[in-house]
Design a protein around this ligand. Structure first.
Ligand code: DGP
Length: 113
């Protein structure tokens, strides 16, 4: 999709520090890390947000979650991690392309909001 930063990362026109890639998803380091390890996992297809997941596209979410343990292992997150999705205005979603934050590398704050 035009004017989508993460679509531009998928097509390579914006560089990223990739952790994992296959034909359906991409994982890369967040530009503004909020934990010692902070990676974003995104579908290559453009879905704006969690609020637009339905029966026609939810398979990609299952696929992402099936790959996260492998990505976490690559990142040495054997002691655990947090998966975060920000959705919409109140969820403080800044990039309107579905993504899951994978955070770890230390004991994270127990509060989430
Ligand atoms: P969110 O607030 O949930 O929409 O998170 C968007 C994240 O994307 C935020 O942590 C910063 C990150 N980000 C924004 N632009 C870029 C970029 O061009 N490259 C990378 N690697 N991360 C980006």
């Amino acid at each position: 999709m035009a004017d989508c930063i993460f679509c531009s990362i998928v097509d390579g026109s914006i560089p990223s520090n990739k952790v994992y890639e296959d034909d359906r998803i991409l994982a890369f380091y967040d530009l503004e890390p909020q934990a010692p390890v902070h990676v974003l996992v995104i579908p290559k297809q453009h879905i704006c947000c969690a609020d637009k997941i339905d029966e026609s596209n939810s398979d990609i979410v299952a696929y992402i979650f099936a790959k996260i343990p492998f990505i976490a292992e690559k990142l040495n997150l054997s002691n655990g991690y947090r998966i975060v999705n920000n959705c919409g205005e109140d969820g403080c979603q800044s990039v309107k392309h579905l993504h899951f934050h994978l955070l770890g590398g230390k004991k994270l704050n127990s509060r989430m909001a």
